[in-house]
Write a protein that binds this ligand. Structure first.
Ligand SMILES: Nc1ncnc2c1ncn2[C@@H]1O[C@H](COP(=O)(O)OP(=O)(O)OP(=O)(O)O)[C@@H](O)[C@H]1O
Ligand SMILES: [Mg+2]
Length: 289
């Protein structure tokens, strides 16, 4: 590889990756943290923004990481993190203006110093979330793998399993994409990620798969297999760690953990950071976690 193949971090503004799904608990914050850390470990400069500051899962995940670094291991990389609260202004127009200013300030700050900005959004529809979606170069929608959860994308006929119409979320994504293009941006790359895939209930998995494949053609998203149902995701939160921080020599990874790490890497391949920013300079070897 020549020097030319490596990216020059500050030459172009950062690529924005937004995690969004109006349904709560689909894995947005967990996946956002894993993608942010995976990109840092590939050598990219990464900033993170929590637009769900009220619940603050990504912010708490980050605080747990800082605590872990302070107490146990120096040298674990962390992104530059910002949490943006909703404005408390009671006037709706001024509230929107303030929120737009907050997010613009955060993006302007991070855009000049980062290759990637990872934005986590709340599991409900609000102005900050919609605004966040309108800045997405890549939008990742994690989706719990069930027939109940996929109706966040489209209304399905219960008898025939036909896709009747796009849901409000899909319409919102379409609108924010149009808003971005009107501002002179490129259309977003929308990735839908099947989360918490179970080894059981093969019939349900097949039905969900068939429907999502049809939807991906209708609504223009890329479908990726995603993550299995694994306890490790819940355990790592308290330490602020991700699967990418675990090293084989620390007593060895279980087969399930190795498979989970592979799933994260697969998602990174779909995002294709090297096509967006060139190859990053690999970071200095850091102490194992
Ligand atoms: N693949 C997985 N396997 C097992 N547990 C998971 C998986 N993905 C996420 N979880 C767990 O599911 C819960 C919800 O995840 P998370 O907080 O990331 O979702 P969210 O979409 O950000 O939720 P919200 O909409 O409330 O912000 C957490 O306890 C998390 O640890
Ligand atoms: Mg969340």
């Amino acid at each position: 590889m020549t020097n030319k193949d490596y990216n020059q971090a500050t030459e172009q503004p950062a690529h924005v990756i937004v995690f969004g799904n109006e349904k709560g608990g689909s894995g947005k914050s967990t996946t956002a943290m894993h993608v942010a850390i995976a990109l840092i470990r590939l050598g990219y400069k990464v900033g993170t923004i929590d637009l769900d500051a009220r619940q603050g899962t990504l912010t708490r995940y980050m605080q747990n990481r800082w605590n872990f670094i302070e107490k146990h291991r120096q040298g674990i990389p962390s992104p530059t993190h910002m949490a943006i609260p909703q404005s408390s202004n009671e006037d709706s127009a001024r509230k929107k203006e303030e929120e737009r200013n907050f997010i613009d300030m955060a993006l302007n700050e991070l855009k000049i110093q980062c290759d990637f900005i990872v934005i986590d959004t709340p599991g409900t529809d609000n102005y900050l979330s919609r605004l966040g979606h309108s800045y997405a170069d890549t939008l990742i929608t994690p989706l719990n793998d069930s027939l109940i959860d996929i109706d966040v994308l489209a209304r399905i006929n219960a008898e025939t399993y036909e896709i009747e119409k796009p849901s409000v979320y899909t319409i919102m994504v379409d609108e924010q994409n149009a808003e971005k293009v009107t501002r002179g941006g490129e259309p977003m790359h929308w990735i839908v990620l099947r989360n918490r895939l179970s080894h059981l209930n093969a019939r349900n998995k097949e039905d969900v798969g068939t429907l999502l494949n049809k939807m991906s053609k209708m609504f223009g998203f890329e479908l990726v297999p995603g993550f299995g149902e694994r306890v490790i995701f819940r355990e790592l939160f308290l330490k602020g760690l991700t699967l990418l921080d675990l090293k084989e020599e620390d007593g060895g990874l279980t087969v399930s953990q190795l498979a989970a790490r592979q799933e994260v890497r697969q998602l990174i391949c779909t995002i294709a950071p090297e096509k967006i920013r060139g190859y990053a300079r690999p970071p200095m070897e850091r102490k194992a976690v």
